[in-house]
Ligand binder design. Sequence first.
Ligand SMILES: *[C@@H]1O[C@H](CO)[C@@H](O)[C@H](O)[C@H]1NC(C)=O
Ligand SMILES: *[C@@H]1O[C@H](CO)[C@@H](O)[C@H](O)[C@H]1NC(C)=O
Ligand SMILES: *[C@@H]1O[C@H](CO)[C@@H](O)[C@H](O)[C@H]1NC(C)=O
Ligand SMILES: *[C@@H]1O[C@H](CO)[C@@H](O)[C@H](O)[C@H]1NC(C)=O
Length: 458
Amino acid sequence: MKQLSLSAAVVLLLYSSQPALSQNTTGVQICPQLSCDVKNTKLDENTCFTLVGQGPITLISGQMCYNEDTAKPSDIPKVCPFDLQSGNYGWLDEGLQAQTALDKLGGEKEDKSQIKYRKVKEYCVSVSAYSQLLNPGRDCGADHQCITQKCKEGQCFGLDENENCYQHSDCGPGFYCRMAINWPFRALCAGQKGAYEQCQNDYECKNEMYCWYASAADRQKNTTKCLPLYSQDDGTIFGWGKVSTATGNGVVTLSDYQQNGKYCASGLAYQMSDYQAKCTSMQTVTYKNVTLQAPYNCTPTDTQTKCHINFAVDDSDATYTSTGNRAYVEVPCKCSLGGSKATQGFCASVIGSSFYSDAVANLANVLSSSNCHTLDRSNMRAQKDQCGIGVASDNWRMAVDKMFNVTYWPYVQVSNAYNCISMFFSDSYYNLIRKNAMLIGATSVGLVVGIGALAVSL
Ligand SMILES: *[C@@H]1O[C@H](CO)[C@@H](O)[C@H](O)[C@H]1NC(C)=O
Ligand SMILES: *[C@@H]1O[C@H](CO)[C@@H](O)[C@H](O)[C@H]1NC(C)=O
Ligand SMILES: *[C@@H]1O[C@H](CO)[C@@H](O)[C@H](O)[C@H]1NC(C)=O
Ligand SMILES: *[C@@H]1O[C@H](CO)[C@@H](O)[C@H](O)[C@H]1NC(C)=O
């Protein structure tokens, strides 16, 4: 953590010598400033995120909740609960920054707000807030931390196979609560399903799988199966489905590509026929018809021009994919939030690139070593426990850091923005690694057990 606080000092210096923000011709600031410098942001000790300005947003402030280097031994570790992925927080939307005079721009005013029903302030919380209502399998030190109210030998206890359950969280790790399809509809804990077994949703599958269409025939029958996440080479054909509500012939959204792409090592699949998907990779990123090189620089003040992520498409599929955006996806150009380079921007997604495939491979690696509860599949904090891959090796950190970098691609390209968001984004390594002092005893016992188990399984 020394490194982070050192760079925090650098951020401080950079921001204090920062020139005036760039403004557009009518004086509207398009890219806001991001700052983690308390002198500048005037955040009080317990606030870890806030916004200044509503339309446009002019300043996004963040702060580290707990500094390992300056903390006193008696200080309780704290983390910032700020979670950009949740959609619960106000945040920059470049397309809406210019919406000061809402009436002039037409449409529903409230849809044009970056802060509607959103939190614009967040407070530091003790890390013990993340040691409550734990699912079975999580490390615990006391009964009350577990959702089942039972901590047994350092792990939250859950029911065994074939025991009566009411919901997934009643069952132990490795199980989900299955309702029988026949009278009298008993609900029993059942083992998570393996590859290509039929499923209704992700929770029924093993942690390193998701529930999706394995083939065109399955898609036509609406049958879903447990598919190993991020496992298939380019060219693999399976069933295509949509998760977005976007309609129109050939209209596909980034979320559709992400969902289908979960079966592919590249993280990307295109629609090759009405019911078929094919794994592929990013071929180029173009902007104004010019091919960009990583990290895909663009102009965020020009909200009309999007980045085109073009896929490698087989010739035999070219006719089908020429309709709509079946062969590419458009993503916005986002502000880097990088201090003095305020108008610098980067394309919002890198789906299908080598960066993306590397990140998802690291994530899949963590999940395939996970014996955590099915409800904890996407909880990286849980994967740190003895039910997960743990932190004895670098694997967990690699998955956390690489996923962070592709998720927040535009913000990690300029070091002062990267350092600042790492301080207050709850899914940063810095925030995820914080642990409850009260649990340290239990965790170290867990680690020893975990390593023992690993050695046996090897
Ligand atoms: C500046 O912002 C205004 C919105 O208030 C917008 O109408 C105008 O097109 C912007 N100018 C440029 C050059 O982006
Ligand atoms: C599959 O689901 C869609 C909509 O969810 C429905 O319209 C269609 O009839 C279903 N097909 C089968 C074979 O059940
Ligand atoms: C990009 O190229 C296409 C076809 O070659 C053309 O229709 C379009 O106008 C070009 N766009 C820009 C921004 O140059
Ligand atoms: C994530 O991005 C930062 C900033 O660009 C970089 O320093 C770091 O090495 C990256 N982490 C990984 C694991 O690639």
